[in-house]
Write a protein that binds this ligand. Structure first.
Ligand SMILES: C[S@@+](CC[C@H](N)C(=O)[O-])C[C@H]1O[C@@H](n2cnc3c(N)ncnc32)[C@H](O)[C@@H]1O
Length: 312
């Protein structure tokens, strides 16, 4: 905890005695690359969509012109004229190219009993599934969890999309950890049909989770725009890790995984490249013991341990 933040590496951070969590500020790829193989028991991560850039393409047509700048068939001279330019959205290709090396690292750092939960939306999930099948192997695909909610406007031009998709992969289908007994049970929809004892115990969730979004007011709300509900992330931590395990979120945002992990006695490693996210986490974890913040460039942004303050 007294280590110079400028020189602390993610490998060192993981091994520190008594440390309950580390928040690392920087691009996740080089940080993941420094982490030891098989050192993490659970990854929950929720990447941003739309990381790519707009591409602009100019359409040209060539016309015959003795004074033109290009020579073509039979030595004829031509010149190019611009007939239009088209800006198009190339975000998706960029997005997969952005995700792939990070998911390869995610696979490498997972322990033999480890699992990856990748939180996506309906536009990306199918492509990400193919990508992960290639990285983990199809036999390592465990589930697609649907998180269904009911919030916001409803288009009348199609079925209003009201769910997120969470792909679950395991490092080794023979050895992965999954403990349903640790998962909080949920009420039966028709408790009158199952008898009082069962109704009191509740039932196990399936792969379809009805859960509200983060309430717009209330203690849980951090103000970070893409914050995910603690109830969703807590359930993942309960099922797929044990007390004392190390859990990782390399697109950490407001640090929801950190809060769930701390509450349930798991160590956490969180990474985010957005200073605002790190500031939100600093505030969120201000009352927690043994949580350390480390900056990638301590000269530019020195993050103060445990104090919840970011100094420029
Ligand atoms: C959808 S948000 C995560 C929200 C989070 N699950 C929560 O509950 O608050 C995605 C996060 O990824 C971060 N991010 C995007 N690209 C990154 C990169 N290359 N390295 C680290 N973090 C990145 C963004 O700053 C953003 O906070």
């Amino acid at each position: 905890m007294t280590k110079d933040l400028a020189t602390a590496s993610p490998g060192e951070m993981q091994g520190d005695d008594g440390e309950r969590g580390v928040v690392y500020y920087g691009d996740n790829l080089p940080i993941l690359q420094e982490m030891a193989s098989r050192s993490v028991d659970l990854i929950y991560t929720d990447p941003p969509f739309n990381t790519g850039k707009k591409q602009a393409r100019t359409q040209l047509r060539t016309v015959q012109d003795p004074g033109g700048d290009r020579t073509g068939f039979m030595g004829q001279r031509y010149r190019s004229i611009k007939v239009g330019s088209q800006a198009f959205d190339d975000d998706f290709d960029d997005y997969l190219a952005f995700l792939e090396p990070r998911l390869e690292e995610a696979h490498r750092v997972l322990s033999d009993s480890g699992s990856l939960y990748l939180h996506l939306d309906y536009r990306e999930v199918h492509y990400a599934k193919v990508l992960l099948d290639g990285i983990f192997g199809r036999d390592c695909f465990l589930n697609e969890v649907i998180w269904a909610y009911d919030y916001g406007g409803r288009t009348k031009r199609k079925w209003p999309p009201k769910h997120d998709n969470i792909l679950v992969y395991v490092r080794d289908p023979e050895r992965y950890h999954f403990n349903v007994d640790d998962v909080e049970r949920i009420p039966y929809m028709a408790p009158g049909l199952v008898g009082p004892e069962k109704a009191a115990r509740g039932k196990l969730p399936t792969d379809t989770w009805w859960h509200t979004i983060v309430p717009t007011n209330g203690r849980e709300r951090t103000g970070y725009p893409t914050q995910k509900p603690l109830g969703i992330v807590r359930r993942i931590v309960q099922a797929s890790s044990r007390p004392g395990d190390t859990v990782l979120d390399f697109f950490a945002g407001s640090g929801t995984l950190g809060e769930a992990a701390y509450e349930l006695g798991r160590r956490f490693v969180l990474i985010d490249e957005n200073e605002e996210a790190v500031a939100v986490m600093a505030k969120r974890f201000a009352d927690m013991d043994a949580v350390r913040f480390a900056g990638r460039n301590a000269r530019q942004h020195r993050l103060v341990e445990n104090q919840g303050r970011v100094l420029s």
